[in-house]
Design a binder for this molecule. Structure first.
Ligand SMILES: [Zn+2]
Length: 181
């Protein structure tokens, strides 16, 4: 699926990385050095994007798997535990910084940390999403074979698809079935 529209949103950094394995694509593996550069730059980490090489790919895939397991966790506590572990491993002690909208608590390294630094941000983004929305809002796309992940921010908990392409694809298939019937 395409990268999230929420550029720079910390949780979107996570969602986009997990979705670099996309069952709807053939082959499903999209993660390469080129993909990492596009993902990092999209989320405003230009210096990290420039520094990416092929050597970063195995590490990025490993971290992607760990983030994916948060979506497939046994329950909310399990999801939080996995994310707390990632934040402890990759994050930094909290520092208050001046941001565009006032003070901001930052607990991740600078761009020199590369993919690890991006995933530190991603882990915080998912932790905040659990705090604000609950882990029940973490979903996987219903548009088989796609299994991409999403965060359901809808008011009535109605989201079922990762993106509008999957929603349209499923709707079109259903209408073809109805016409045949
Ligand atoms: Zn999908």
């Amino acid at each position: 699926m395409p990268l999230s529209r929420q550029r720079g949103d910390l949780a979107a950094i996570a969602v986009d990385l997990v979705n670099s394995w996309d069952e709807y694509d053939d082959p499903p593996e999209l993660l390469s050095a080129r993909w990492l550069r596009r993902w990092l730059a999209w989320h405003g980490l230009e210096a990290a994007a420039e520094a990416v090489s092929d050597d970063d790919v195995p590490r990025a895939r490993e971290l992607r798997d760990r983030l994916a397991r948060v979506f497939d966790a046994a329950d909310e506590d399990d999801a939080v535990e996995r994310l707390n572990e990632l934040a402890a491993e990759l994050g930094t002690p909290p520092q208050l910084e001046r941001g565009a909208g006032g003070w901001r608590l930052r607990s991740w390294p600078g761009e020199e940390a590369g993919v690890d630094g991006a995933v530190a941000r991603a882990a915080v983004g998912l932790l905040e999403a659990i705090r604000d929305l609950g882990w029940g809002r973490f979903g996987r796309c219903d548009g088989a074979p796609c299994r991409c992940v999403y965060l359901d921010r809808s008011r009535n908990l109605s989201r079922r698809y990762c993106c509008h392409f999957c929603a349209d694809r499923v709707a079109q298939a259903a209408s073809r079935r109805r016409r045949r019937a």
